[in-house]
Design a protein around this ligand. Sequence first.
Ligand SMILES: Cc1cc2nc3c(=O)[nH]c(=O)nc-3n(C[C@H](O)[C@H](O)[C@H](O)COP(=O)(O)O)c2cc1C
Length: 392
Amino acid sequence: MDALEPARLGPIGLRNRVLKAATFEGMSPGGVASPALVGLHERLAKGGVGLTTVAYCAVDPSGRTFPDQLQLAGSEPTLRELTARVHDAGGAASLQLAHAGFFSKLRGPDGRGPRGPSWALNAYGASAGLPITRPMTEGDVARVIDAFGAAAEQAVALGFDAVEVHLGHGYLLSQFLSPATNRRRDRWGGSLERRLALPLAVLARVRAAVGAERAVIAKTNLDDGFPDGLGIDDAIRIAQAIDARGDVDLLVPSGGFTSRTPFFLLRGGLPLARMADAQPDALARIGMRVLGRAIVRAYPFEESFFLPLARRLRASVQMPVALLGGLVSREGLAEARREGFDFVVLGRALIADPELVARMARGELERTRCDACNECVVEMDRGGVRCVLDDA
Ligand SMILES: Cc1cc2nc3c(=O)[nH]c(=O)nc-3n(C[C@H](O)[C@H](O)[C@H](O)COP(=O)(O)O)c2cc1C
C-alpha cells in the first residue's frame, strides 16, 4: 500500500506512485521551451518522482493564456532532450495539453480574439483590448479536437510517456463542462451530457493519437469553487462518463477556476504585494494592491484539502484515481493509499523539495518544508518557478 512502490499507470511502468503535478514553470519565453525547463524536470526525475509533468502546453499557439506559456512549435528539440534526460534519470515524463478558451489575452493568427463556449466578459483580456469573447463555431470546435489530437501525437514523437488532458481550472474544456460558462443550446451545451460532448471527443481523439503504448491522464474539477459553477455531483457524473468510455488511464481530480477562484485550487497564502509588483503596467499594479483582497478570495491551507470531495469521486468509479491537493507528508501519502487512491500528485511540495521522494525513501524527511506561502506562483512570472525558502 506504499506510495513509493513500483506501479503501472495504464500501459507504462513507473518506479513509484508519486507524480509531479503540472505547475507552470515560467521557462518558455515567447512560448518556446528553455534549457532551464530541461534542468528542472531532470532534477525532479533524479529526485525520485515516478513521473514528472511538464505544465500547460497549449495545443495551438492561440490556446495560450499569455505569450510565455509553452507551445510545441519551436520547442521540439528542447522537449526531446527533456524526455531523454528524465528517462536517463529513471523517471517518466508527461505533457499537460491544454487550451485556454476565453481565458486569454491573445489573438489567433487570423486576428480574432479568444473564443469559448458562450459569450463572456473576459476581464483578464481587457488590458489587451479583448474584454469580450465570442462563442466558438462548429468549425472552431472541430479545429480544437484536431489540435488536441495533433499535439498528443507530437508529444509521443518527442518521447513523452503520457499526456495529461487539462479539463479543469477554468480552461477551455472546463469552460465547456461548467454550467456557469457553457450556456450553449446546440449539441455542445445545455444538459450535462451535451456539456461533456467536447471533452469526451477530445479524450477519444487523444487516445487514438497516442495509441495503446502510452498513458492518457485527465485532470478534472471536483468543484469550480463558486455558486452556479460545477459541483461534486456533476464532477462524479463526468468521472463516470470518462470511466465508461475507457480512453483514460488515470483521473486527477482538482478544483477551482483560474479566472474566478484561483486560490481554491491552491489554498494558503495570498502573496498580493508581490503579485502586484509582477503586474506589467502601473494601473494593474495599483489595482491589485488596492482591490486585491476584495477580488482574490483566500482559502486556508489544510493537508490533503481535496480528500473529502475526492473520496466521494473515488468511490463512484472503477478506474484509477489520484489524490492531489495539499499532500505534504509521508503520512499524507500513506493515507491517500489507504483511502484507495492509486497515485499521489504533488505540486508545491516538489517545488520546495525536488528530492522529496528520494529523501522520504531514505527516511531522511517526513514532511516537505513547503508552508503554502504561494510565493512560487509569483516567481513563475519572474524568471521561473522556484521556492522562495531558498533565499532564507
Ligand atoms: C506555481 C504553480 C503553477 C501551477 N500551474 C499549473 C498548470 O500549469 N496546470 C495545472 O493543471 N495546474 C497548475 N497548478 C496547480 C497544481 O497542479 C496543483 O493542482 C496545486 O498546486 C495543488 O497541489 P499542491 O497542493 O500539491 O501544490 C500550479 C500550481 C502552482 C503552485
